[in-house]
Design a protein around this ligand. Sequence first.
Ligand code: ZN
Length: 465
Amino acid sequence: MADRILIKGAYVLSQDPSIGELAGADVLIDGDRIAEVGTGLSAEGAQVIDATGDIVIPGFIDTHRHTWETSIRTCAPDYALITYFSAILDQFAPRYRPADVLAANRWGALECINAGITTLVDWSHIMNTPDHAYAAIEGLQDTGIRSVFAFGFPNTSLVTWWFGPDYQGSVERIDGDLGRALRAGPLHDDGALVTMGLATRGTNFCKPDVVRYEWELAKELAVDITVHVAMDRFGYTKGQLTALRDLDLLYPNTTYIHASHLTDEEWGLVRDSGGNVSLAPQIEIQMGHGWAPAQKAESLGIPVGLSSDVATTSSADQFTQMHAVFGSERGRRHEISWNDGLDGLEPTPDLITARQVLRWATLDGAKVAGIADRTGSITPGKKADIVIIDGHAVNTFPIIDPVAAVVCAADISNVDTVIIDGVIRKRDGKLVADLSGPRAAIAESRDYLVSQVPAQDGWVVPALR
Ligand SMILES: [Zn+2]
């Protein structure tokens, strides 16, 4: 393989404000990094990719996905969040073996690469044993994806790990010793492809001493926290931010997932503490978390990342999430104008734009993942995480606005080439990796898990009582 790759003649949507959007432009990759962006570049001996008329973007960033659930993809299309808890987390998760986690993380990461996602925040709350943790990391590393492995907690009992006895909050702590071992072992290098985060449950789900232990563990390990907040109608998710403030645990760079029902006071806490949000709009509107408040976050200067959350219920790619947030956030503004009686000849004010959406899916996602220093834009010096979108396909051609072509028209089938860390992982629309082994493993995992939770018993177990 050539050390250098020269992508020629594309629409380059750099997401770097100092570079902007270029037509007929080239990107030179040298080793694992972007060397140059411009027109008329040449590089003797480089592997040349003719991308004339195609669209080059920084790789998508998925800022929150429970990748271990890939084994049971789309088993729950009609679930609401409450039934998801009781079936997926209480029935399937305790039965996962390390081999299931390995198969699911490997297949899920391959799914990401295929869809142009070059960075995945793996929200891994399937740490049922240490072997589960090492298997999850191995699955990611096998594929060459860039990933923040957000180390979480076991899912051996819904009552113990989410709602606590009598729903008074979990009494179990994340296994700090295992976290320390991972940090000293496979996740010791903050410059590696797979780095570490901490996936916590937080206030109201856990007793205050458990919350404090987990937040202090993150500080000790020098990793960022990611936590679900303010989702659905659950009393558990109300007041989580103010409770964190009262515990003096509002850390900078914390990712608040969903954030559907934050109060204005809590939004202020997110902003003032240097937090960010990860929104999974397709999942949130489908399963009942609430609207994806991207516009609200943006208005406060809070970075917005998009995420696919669970493969059990929806397609897990950024095109889906971009469509969902673009439609839902504009829809909410249109409804306000309708209710305000705005004159029919005036366009609805304050609508989000396609360019905002693409930034959320790329550069802002990298900020949320905590790695915008190395990815998220096509900037010389950053890591070469780059996607080429086919601009000649029946659903993308003809191109007038290349941003609109990506946000509104393109889908996974148009992801022609994916480069991560300077390595080509997909080319001419096909993954480079041999899929036969990973496919056999994920099939075995699905068969095993489904056999453990028979459909005839009903995957939708009675809601929490
Ligand atoms: Zn989630």
